[in-house]
Design a protein around this ligand. Structure first.
Ligand code: TRP
Length: 458
């Protein structure tokens, strides 16, 4: 029976392939686009520290739990949870973990595709020379022009959705491997180049100070909640993506070691992106740290526009960002697709088209929130802000909390340890302690106080 289950989706050739795929899912717009701008909006240093703490105390332990559940269940998150709960004689309400994930995935994909569309657009924009020698002001002006043009935004969003669905149709294992294996290391190298240029061209000292010196006064509780949400977002946790990939992980590979490797790579990319972007923020007029979602598109063109061969590197960079977004977006839709196949008897193509269409449709709201609907806000938040906050800062941490409680308190320790595989016993003990006490406590406190501050003290 185990065999037939594995045959349904295929198994990763090795632990390394799993690392590549999970890193492909984790490293994306969250690291390069989102982390710098939310760090900027929330005052820098203290936020970055909170984010690192959340990765360590919540992200890594929950990720281990998710991979374990996926490998044990060996099916789409919804059905994996069904199976695990049924075998353990547990209440069916725990299956809600799988459900929330599928919904969160589609909602996140809806805006993710819009932003990835901006990156696609900038591949062409870099090549056409219009940003040659651009100042911060000029780069900001040109980006604002794109945001004011819903037609182009929708075209790029649609193009990205088609790319995503193309790979998912081909099947995850076949569709993914090559892209991740060759292009992600290249992205890493290019980020290093960017960092060096940015440090020479902009105000490096100010950037280091902003990102790493601890100023508590600039951090709000809502900011802490955003940092917690981002720990989930950047590691692709709390919606079953990593659970779905866990289903493809070889039987005895050590989950702890694997997860820590992924978390380190992911964090490194985010910090490098921040260190490339902020020297430009502080070194050029017309760009503010709290520029919001536009930040990356207002700053990086300044580097590319002014370095030798910059327009070529710029185009290449945005190709790589698009690929990183691509290998992430696949994991946003795959759990839902796998579930529709297993449970509703749909084929891959139909399942994909259905979910992709829903995500695309909702994404139109995000497109319009940057122009036509800009004025329609709720407590100052646009449609995009609301989607982002509701998914990243509400749904993901909540699912994460349930996963921590389920694995830490409900499942039998013997079952859990056996399912985790070959990590050192001491690592496993420490992990279980953090997952039982620290992670739920941190999520609970940050969630309640953060929401209270956002809605009642704002
Ligand atoms: N982690 C990706 C990023 O940082 C986004 C992503 C992919 C994601 N799959 C996910 C976020 C699942 C939350 C849940 O860009």
């Amino acid at each position: 029976m185990g065999d037939s289950r594995e045959r349904l989706h295929g198994t990763w050739a090795s632990r390394w392939t799993f690392i590549l795929a999970a890193t492909g899912s984790a490293v994306g717009l969250g690291n390069i686009w989102k982390f710098p701008y939310i760090a900027g909006e929330n005052g820098g240093g203290a936020f970055v520290l909170m984010y690192l703490a959340c990765i360590l105390l919540v992200g890594v332990p929950v990720m281990m739990a998710e991979v374990m559940l996926g490998r044990k269940g060996r099916m789409s998150p919804i059905n994996a949870m069904r199976r695990i709960t049924r075998e353990a004689g547990l209440h069916g309400r725990w299956n809600g973990i799988g459900w929330m994930g599928v919904v969160a995935g589609v909602l996140i994909l809806s805006y993710y595709a819009v932003i990835a569309g901006w990156a696609l657009y900038y591949v062409v924009k870099m090549s056409d020379g219009s940003l040659q020698g651009a100042s911060g002001d000029e780069a900001a002006r040109q980006f604002a022009a794109l945001l004011g043009d819903p037609g182009t935004l929708i075209f790029c969003q649609t193009l990205f959705m088609v790319l995503t669905m193309g790979v998912v149709v081909a099947g995850v294992v076949r569709g993914l491997g090559v892209a991740v294996r060759t292009l992600m290391p290249l992205l890493f190298v290019l980020l290093v180049v960017l960092l060096v240029y940015s440090a020479r061209q902009g105000d490096f000292a100010a950037a280091v100070d902003f990102l790493f010196s601890f100023r508590t006064e600039s951090l709000t509780w809502t900011g802490v909640l955003v940092s917690l949400g981002h720990a989930f977002f950047t590691l692709s946790l709390g919606m079953g993506a990593i659970m779905a990939y866990g289903a493809y992980m070889p039987e005895h590979a050590p989950i702890g070691k694997t997860v820590i490797t992924i978390a380190i790579l992911d964090t490194l990319v985010a910090l490098m992106a921040g260190m490339a972007i902020f020297p430009i923020v502080f070194g050029s007029p017309g760009v503010e740290p709290n520029a919001g979602p536009s930040l990356m598109f207002q700053t990086l063109p300044v580097i590319f526009g002014n370095m030798p061969g910059g327009l070529f590197f710029g185009a290449l960079f945005f190709v790589l960002v698009s690929v990183a977004a691509w290998s992430s977006s696949i994991s946003l839709i795959e759990p839902g697709v796998a579930w529709l196949i297993e449970s509703k008897g749909m084929n891959r193509v139909t399942a994909n088209l259905l979910l992709g269409f829903v995500a695309w449709l909702i994404g139109l709201g995000t497109v319009l929130s940057f122009n036509v609907w800009q004025g329609y806000t709720l407590g100052g938040d646009t449609f995009f802000d609301i989607m982002d906050f509701f998914t990243a800062s509400v749904m993901l941490p909540l699912t994460g909390l349930f996963i921590a409680i389920f694995v830490g308190w409900i499942m039998k320790p013997g079952v859990v340890f056996e399912a985790l595989g070959d990590d050192a016993p001491r690592t496993l003990q420490a992990w279980r302690f953090i997952l039982r006490y620290l992670s739920p406590l941190a999520i609970g406190v940050i969630f309640v106080v953060g929401l209270y501050n956002k809605f009642f003290l704002a």
